[in-house]
Design a protein around this ligand. Structure first.
Ligand code: TMP
Length: 205
């Protein structure tokens, strides 16, 4: 049986992850591989329930620690219920966001120390790490105008989103082999070409 593959897509709001996730799924389906598409927070009954608490605009008073622990709880459930079983059976798992989002949003954005987040994250995901991560990098103004400012996180201040964007870029610099930054401000065909080229290099048959 083929070994499972775990790929994540990351980026600030409106960075165009959905289109690139579809491209990546087609790439692996052409190889006759079974693909599982997931999103975070979400992807299981419990995690989707946590997602609605996290994104509810009415929950303005949520503390940063509560927020962090809810994202991690949603992740613990999807790892246990969906990601690990799929990888064990040799499938390709493509996830819209994962731990880098927590480091970028709750770490760089909210100011919770990264070593603390990494420590608790070990409990959540064990030794599981993405094989490859794409960070789709977009100008914050452009991204927010594409995606809208509807949920609790999207409605955060511009400066918060700036810190998140810089956070993703800093994470990519620390792990350049795993984390690939793609300029998502380029014309769409060029963004897709960059993503597919990388997939071909790493997973091409
Ligand atoms: P989405 O809109 O891409 O589905 O993501 C939901 C929101 O949650 C988005 O604003 C990013 C944020 N988020 C965090 O703040 N921390 C996390 O760990 C994850 C996975 C998402």
């Amino acid at each position: 049986m083929k070994k499972g593959v775990f790929i994540t897509f990351e980026g600030a709001e409106g960075s165009g992850k959905s289109t690139q996730i579809r491209n990546a799924a087609s790439f692996f389906r052409h190889q006759k591989r079974q693909v599982v598409l997931l999103r975070e927070p979400g992807g299981t009954r419990i995690s989707e329930a946590i997602r609605s608490v996290l994104l509810d605009r009415g929950n303005r008073g949520m503390s940063h620690v509560t927020e962090l622990l809810l994202y991690l709880s949603a992740r613990a459930q999807i790892v246990h219920e969906k990601i690990l079983p799929a990888l064990r059976s040799g499938k390709v798992v493509i996830c819209d966001r994962f731990e880098d989002s927590t480091l970028a949003y709750q770490g760089y954005g909210r100011g919770i120390p990264l070593p603390l987040i990494r420590e608790v994250s070990r409990l959540v995901r064990g030794t599981l790490r993405p094989d490859l991560t794409f960070v789709l990098d977009i100008d914050i103004k452009k991204g927010l105008s594409r995606g809208g400012r509807h949920d609790r996180i999207e409605r955060e201040a511009f400066s918060f989103h700036q810190k998140v964007r810089r956070g993703f870029l800093a994470l990519a610099r620390k792990e350049p082999r795993r984390v690939i930054v793609v300029d998502s401000g380029q014309p769409l065909p060029e963004v897709s070409r960059r993503v597919l080229e990388k997939l071909q290099n790493v997973f091409g048959e």
